[in-house]
Each structure stands twice: as structure tokens, then as C-alpha cells.
Design a protein around this ligand. Sequence first.
Ligand SMILES: Nc1nc2c(ncn2[C@@H]2O[C@H](COP(=O)(O)OP(=O)(O)OP(=O)(O)O)[C@@H](O)[C@H]2O)c(=O)[nH]1
Ligand SMILES: [Mg+2]
Length: 302
Amino acid sequence: MSAGAAVRAEARPVVALAGNPNTGKTSLFNRLTGSNARVGNYPGVTVEREVGAWRLASGLVDVVDVPGTYSLASRSSDEQVAVRAIFGLDGNARPHLAVVVVDATQLVRNLYFALQLVEAEVPVVVALNLMDVARAQGIAPDPGRVAALLGVPVVAVSATTGEGMDTLAAAVQDVLLDPRQGRALPGWRYPAALEQDLARLCPLAEGPAAERRALALWALLSVDETDELIDVPAPVRQEVAAIRAEAGRAGRDIDAEIIATRYAWLDAQAWASPPRPGARGSRSPWTAGSCTPGGAGSPSSR
Ligand SMILES: Nc1nc2c(ncn2[C@@H]2O[C@H](COP(=O)(O)OP(=O)(O)OP(=O)(O)O)[C@@H](O)[C@H]2O)c(=O)[nH]1
Ligand SMILES: [Mg+2]
């Protein structure tokens, strides 16, 4: 490859295909990129990093098949691979957007992962995959309704039948051109004590406020004395240990505070009911934690 071609290849936008295990990410990857790599039905996640070219109307993008994970929280180095790929850490190309591949037959459970990317301000397009199965079961979600509640584009697809590929390409192209279309304000608020914990950790992370906040949440959920994570800076480990010890003395359960808050929001949304006319979801601004000074996170800042 000539040097010029290498430069052009590097300049392609990067699209991460991410989501829970077994939602059809590799099947979708193969369909979008024309790869004929075999997709097995075996348990376990994709571990090798697969990158392929996907042709949109605007040109080629690089698609990365990210290992499946239930959460951005990760106590194992395997799960950490997904976190690094999505945030573009440790030598990974930083994705311009993530297509969150959701099993449409497991909507609410799968959306927990999408919520975390929204919270991190990663531009998101949700692909409701396995729509052929969901339809056959009579439980197919309405993409418009899910989009209205989540605040990001949602497309119905089937990696098996090829349904929705053009719509997905158009949605991805729109978000690449205007990332604000793939961002939304989280509608949930954490307890005040947790906001104080986040404010202690955010200064130890780098990047935009929402990303530092997401990394702080990741650290609080992931770092402990038994994790298998690699390259977590010592100051982060020390601060998380101190915060956890103080929370324990105060009778708080940090994991529950974070996870229950997100699930409470997910469970409160009427995913299966018609949206209120004109509603864009019950979203509210970020709380004024130290990661979001001066109203960062308000709609006008996106
Ligand atoms: N009917 C149907 N089956 C699908 C669809 N997409 C994927 N599958 C099947 O679902 C299974 C899992 O698909 P994969 O593409 O391996 O899922 P994955 O998300 O890459 O899985 P991990 O890498 O393990 O997280 C395979 O048996 C696929 O053939 C779809 O849209 N419809
Ligand atoms: Mg896979």
C-alpha cells in the first residue's frame, strides 16, 4: 500500500459495532462489510479485533466489531477490550459513532448498554436487530417510539434477511455529518452522594466532561481489589478504594446506586406504548456535578 493510500485509509470515519453478547454484531459486520468470515453460534464473545470497510453514499467507513459486553463496567480484561475500543483508549482508533446492536426480542435489557453510551456522549445509532424473530414472536418494538424515548436514531434491521441496511446506512451517515443527532441528554439523576464521588474521580480522567464522567462511573463499578483490569493508574485505584471504603462506612451501596438508577429510568419508560404527541422523551439536563461545569451538557452545548 502506498503512503498516500495509508493516509486515506486512516482518515476514514470509524464506526464501532457494539452491544450485548450474541445480538448479531458479527452477522451485521459481515453483511455491512461483505466479509464472509463464518459466524458461529457458539457461546463466548468475539475476541479478535475485526475491522472492515463499509460503503456509505458519502464514502467508505471503517467498521470495528467490538466484543459483546453487558455493561461498560468491566472487571475482566476481556470486557475491558470493549471499553477501550468504544472510548478509543490505549491505541484504539477513536470511533466517530457507535452502532449499538440490540436484540429486539430483549429490548429493555439490551438498552441498558445503549444508555451508558448515551451517558458518555458517544454518538449512537441503535440497530434493533433480530427484527425478523421479534416480529414472528409478535413483540417487535416500534423504532420511532424507542428513538423518541432514547433521543437517538433507532433503525429496525435483520442481519439475517438484510432488512434495514439502507436505512441504517442513512442514519449512520447523518450522525457522521452531525454527531449531535446521535447524542441525547440522560434522563436519570444519581443520588447526591454519588455525584460527590464522581466529582472526586473526574479530575483523574482526561477528555471532555461527559467522557471523564463516564470513565469515573466505569471506575466506580469496575475497579476493586479483585479485578483483572490492566493499566488502571494507581491514583484511580487509590481514590476508588477510598470512596468505596467511605461509602461502606456510610451504609451506601455504590453499585446499586448507579445500576438501580439507570434501570429505574429504563423501567419507567413506556417502551411499548405510543409516545405522547410531540414528546422527545422524558429527558432532563445533567445534574451540576463537577464534571459538567458551567452547564456543559445542556442541549446548546452539543
Ligand atoms: N434470525 C436472526 N438471527 C440472527 C440475526 N442476527 C444474528 N443472528 C444469529 O444470532 C447468532 C449470534 O450472532 P453473532 O453475529 O455471532 O452475534 P454477536 O453479537 O457477534 O455475538 P458475540 O460476538 O458473541 O457477542 C447467530 O446464530 C446468528 O446467525 C437476525 O437478524 N435474525
Ligand atoms: Mg461477534
